[in-house]
Design a protein around this ligand. Sequence first.
Ligand SMILES: Nc1nc2c(c(=O)[nH]1)N[C@H]1C(S)=C(S)[C@@H](COP(=O)(O)O)O[C@H]1N2
Ligand SMILES: [Mo]
Length: 222
Amino acid sequence: MKLSKADRIKRTRVPTVDPALAKRLPPGQVLTERFPVLHEGEVPVYDMNEWTLKIFGFTDREVVLSYDDILRMPQTTVTRDIHCVTRWSRFDNTFTGVRFQDLMKELGITPKSQYVMLHGDYDYTTNVLLSDLDREDVLLAHSLDGEPLTAKHGYPLRFVVPHLYFWKSVKWVRGIEFIDENQPGFWEQNGFHLNGDPFKEERFSGEDLDIPEDEWEKKDFD
Ligand SMILES: Nc1nc2c(c(=O)[nH]1)N[C@H]1C(S)=C(S)[C@@H](COP(=O)(O)O)O[C@H]1N2
Ligand SMILES: [Mo]
């Protein structure tokens, strides 16, 4: 049977996301299987003998760790969905690394504040509540899907804070700073929300910024 053009259009199915998966997709997000690369500035190149992670600020003590110190800590693997504020989401990303909770426990650090500024190269910062880091699935990750992170995705170490928009998941992390009050990091100073819960669509703090829906499509993929 030959269909008329109108019939063909009527029969065209609009792609729908599987209802089971739809629940996992926050409002205003688009599912992608590719892994976009997004950051400001250059991809850092490291001499791993020089690399350190500093934990400092409002705590009972400050610590400087080497990469080997991190690898010697208990390792955890979690599979989580990630959601970027530029509207792409990627399901089932398997990250391996050290839980923030385990890092604090192993080092015996007692924070003296509820607010944290995460620092990444180069000069990237983002603020998070301690309660948003103190969760079983928040990692300082060195691997994705069983492979070391690529340079563009944050090698050697990145935060993964999967329940917040992905700008909170600092790549090339170098510092965890406890601060006495909540202060905006880099994107938060530029109009992004202080918290960034994707299911509440906490994208912006004031007026919506004009981020085109296909902004990420023009970026690099890896
Ligand atoms: N150090 C650093 N970390 C960063 C960024 C950055 O510019 N610098 N960009 C953030 C943003 S906006 C996003 S969406 C994710 C992107 O991670 P990906 O490139 O692995 O997809 O990294 C986050 N971490
Ligand atoms: Mo982003």
